[in-house]
Ligand binder design. Structure first.
Ligand code: CA
Length: 238
């Protein structure tokens, strides 16, 4: 398997509060999008990524649902303790991937997403923990209205805010060549599914390297406005 990661400040924000980390040998990756005053958003996302990687590197294989949940619990604890000692509210989203032969496992909190690109089709694997997603689920607004809603960035779950947290875990069957995309909202808010699919199709067919494809996704989000920090992980199943 092959994994690449990119993070970019975007064109509008002064600071990059996203963080990314991965370990190709273990098939693990994590994207986090932090929030908090001053530099605390960055601190929260960086600590969450470090805690997840530390935990999964020490975990006994296989990396099952319980291992991913425990990694997120470790991240929650680390960010929560930091926020107590900094006397500042800070939190972060996190989406974690653990990939093994034929299987991808995803755990997430917040609105950082995972997608599968299989056979020319892009499928979102995570459901945002956000106010607009709840409104869509209750039938109050449609998907298009959700994309344009001014409150689309309001999340309902995060790591580090509380001693308790609630992750969702999902798994997906993989065939060789399948691509998994993890990203912060700075990517999916700027690019619709059609645009993301088009950019992934060249990598799927092997016409473009994974790193180049990740660079192109970031560049496209910046060209579309770059209103927020942009973070991308691409993983190819083997
Ligand atoms: Ca963001």
């Amino acid at each position: 398997m092959e994994i690449v990661g990119r993070t970019d400040c975007g064109r509008l924000r002064e600071r990059n509060e996203d963080s990314v980390g991965f370990d190709e040998a273990l098939g693990i990756a994590v994207v986090a999008d932090g929030m908090g005053g001053l530099h605390h958003g960055h601190l929260a996302s960086r600590e969450a990524v470090a805690a997840v990687l530390d935990h999964l590197r020490r975990a006994r294989p296989p990396l099952n649902d319980a291992a991913l949940e425990a990694a997120l619990a470790a991240a929650n604890e680390r960010v929560f303790v930091s926020s107590q000692s900094a006397a500042s509210v800070m939190g972060t989203t996190a989406v974690v991937l653990a990939m093994s032969e034929g299987l991808g496992r995803i755990a997430h909190v917040g609105d950082s997403r995972a997608y599968l690109y299989h056979d020319g089709e892009l499928r979102q694997l995570t459901r945002d923990h956000s106010m607009v997603q709840e409104m869509v689920d209750r039938g109050l607004i449609g998907a298009e209205a959700a994309r344009r809603s001014p409150s689309r960035n309001v999340i309902t779950r995060a790591l580090g805010l509380d001693a308790a947290f609630e992750p969702d875990v999902a798994e997906v069957a993989l065939v060789p060549g399948d691509l998994l995309l993890l990203c912060s909202d700075g990517l999916w808010d700027m690019l619709d599914d059609g645009r993301i699919s088009a950019l992934l199709s060249d990598a799927r067919r092997g016409r473009k390297g994974l790193g180049r494809c990740a660079d192109d996704l970031v560049a496209a989000a910046n060209e579309a406005g770059g209103l927020d920090n942009i973070t991308v992980v691409l993983a190819r199943a083997s």
